[in-house]
Design a protein around this ligand. Structure first.
Ligand SMILES: C[S@@+](CC[C@H](N)C(=O)[O-])C[C@H]1O[C@@H](n2cnc3c(N)ncnc32)[C@H](O)[C@@H]1O
Length: 188
């Protein structure tokens, strides 16, 4: 087992390498506050705090979900699902968010995932992920990442464009200025 599958280790590594990313992501994710939101590949629940009670997060890692369920004490819904074996009833949510997870999927799986997301929402999809950089140290960190499909800004936009209308996008650094992120505001 990879040690990052343990929630405390995952959160500690994130903080060490990327700092407090929540502050940087909040302005995008909180756009969905008050809506019925699906958080695809929710991990240890980073987006859960930024969204109201109509929050539904899924992940493949049961350990993360167990910790989230304890933390939120039924105020938010977490469930286990493999994103590549989608089993959610279509059009169940207002919006969806996917944070730093697209790089875990090869193109074909990501196309399927986006097409499932678009069928599950009536409104907006907030996409955030790390993107490729030229900094050699960060390139090493990327190589060590569990997700093996880190893409350039253009590659991400092109994949998203084949499913959604892209209303806006921004590229930004967070704490430590190591990882570079892409935010895309996608619409049905
Ligand atoms: C880098 S983490 C990001 C987690 C969270 N969204 C965040 O920003 O903190 C990537 C997440 O994708 C999840 N994941 C990877 N493959 C998955 C799959 N096939 N189905 C569902 N979740 C998956 C991992 O378990 C992990 O929680």
């Amino acid at each position: 087992m990879n040690i990052t599958y343990l929630p405390a280790i995952y959160d500690a590594i994130q903080w060490l390498l990327a700092g407090n990313v929540s502050e940087y992501f909040a302005k995008y994710i909180s756009l969905l506050k008050g809506q019925r939101v699906l958080d695809a590949c929710c991990g240890t629940g980073l987006a859960a705090d930024m969204i109201g009670t109509n929050y539904f997060g899924f992940d493949i890692n049961f350990r993360y979900l167990k910790m989230n369920a304890k933390k939120y004490d039924r105020k938010k819904i977490f469930f286990q699902m493999d994103a590549t074996a989608w089993s959610i009833y279509p059009a169940s949510f207002d919006s969806a968010v996917m944070v730093c997870a697209a790089h875990h999927f090869p193109d074909e799986a990501l196309h399927n995932l986006f097409s499932n997301i678009i069928q599950s929402i009536s409104g907006r999809f907030v996409f955030i992920d790390i993107v490729t950089v030229t900094n050699p140290f960060v390139k090493i960190l990327h190589r060590l990442d569990v997700g093996k499909y880190i893409r350039s800004v253009e590659e991400n936009l092109s994949l998203l464009r084949s499913h959604f209308e892209l209303a806006a996008h921004e590229v930004f650094f967070a704490d430590r200025r190591l990882y570079k992120y892409l935010y895309v505001d996608c619409r049905r």
